[in-house]
Design a protein around this ligand. Structure first.
Ligand SMILES: C[S@@+](CC[C@H](N)C(=O)[O-])C[C@H]1O[C@@H](n2cnc3c(N)ncnc32)[C@H](O)[C@@H]1O
Length: 244
């Protein structure tokens, strides 16, 4: 196999799989995203080609089409010249990582690939912050949603309706920029009140991790006071305080 889509985990370099790290060490070409822990790249071969294709707001943004083209071109090169290409993505490639779109592109060009799962930030970041997403008698279900649906979707095409979500624990990725709206939507659900606990974890599992806690009534102000900015994960529900 020449082409691997590898989940890099949530940021702490120790939170990648053994298989993922082994591939980073062997790779001739690594195509990596913003949220990939930079420390992981130090394990790459000295002559490996490292290609950054980040999409962070405010910096040069690589369009998905551009990333797909680079991946296909490098995959073809790897197959022709017996190299290894690793597409390294933050967390897990198939959780809001657009990994599926990249796989479809590889399939379109009849390119074989292997998926190497990663630890998704949606679970790991709350966990290292002492927030279990489920806890007996407190939460028997959780839902992970995006706070930022595709920009080309019209209002009536949006799939995430926070007011209608009834899982005990709600985890929102990419939700920091629109926090105020999310809080308003969450409060429309009769099972939640201004006292419903909320935590936000910014830069989870990294040395600069920051966590704030409050409730639906005050979290917007607490986030402003603490300069909370992406990347961050919002956790809503009683599990937020269950281990205190
Ligand atoms: C495009 S999604 C990719 C998610 C990734 N595929 C995963 O499984 O973790 C990016 C979002 O994941 C969340 N995220 C990823 N890493 C994070 C971290 N270390 N700390 C906090 N949030 C993180 C943030 O909500 C960020 O905006």
């Amino acid at each position: 196999m020449n082409v691997f889509l590898v989940g890099a985990g949530p940021g702490d370099e120790g939170l990648i799989t053994v298989k993922g790290l082994d591939l980073i060490k062997k790779a001739d070409i690594i195509i990596y995203d913003d949220l990939v822990g930079k420390n992981l790249l130090k394990y790459s071969k000295e002559d490996a080609e490292l290609i950054y294709v980040g999409k962070r707001k405010g910096k040069h943004s690589h369009k998905q089409e551009e990333i797909n083209n680079i991946l296909v071109e490098k995959a073809k090169d790897a197959i022709a010249n017996n190299k290894i290409v690793v597409r390294l993505k933050g967390g897990d490639s198939f959780i809001f990582g657009r990994g599926g779109e990249e796989v479809l592109e590889l399939k379109k060009h009849n390119i074989d690939y292997e998926m190497v799962p990663g630890i998704t930030s949606s679970i790991a970041v709350p966990e290292v912050s002492d927030i279990p997403l489920t806890h007996r008698k407190v939460a028997t279900s959780f839902t992970v949603v995006t706070g930022h649906e595709a920009e080309d979707k019209k209002e009536n095409e949006k799939q995430v309706k926070l007011s209608e979500l009834n899982a005990n624990t709600i985890v929102i990725l990419m939700g920091i920029t629109n926090l105020e709206n999310h809080v308003m939507e969450l409060l429309k659900n009769q099972n939640r009140t201004v006292d419903t606990p909320v935590a936000i974890i910014m830069n989870g599992t990294r040395p600069d991790q920051k966590i704030i806690k409050g409730n639906l009534g005050n979290i917007v102000n607490i986030a402003k006071e603490n300069n909370i900015a992406p990347p961050g994960i919002i956790v809503v529900g009683d599990v937020v305080n269950v281990l205190e």
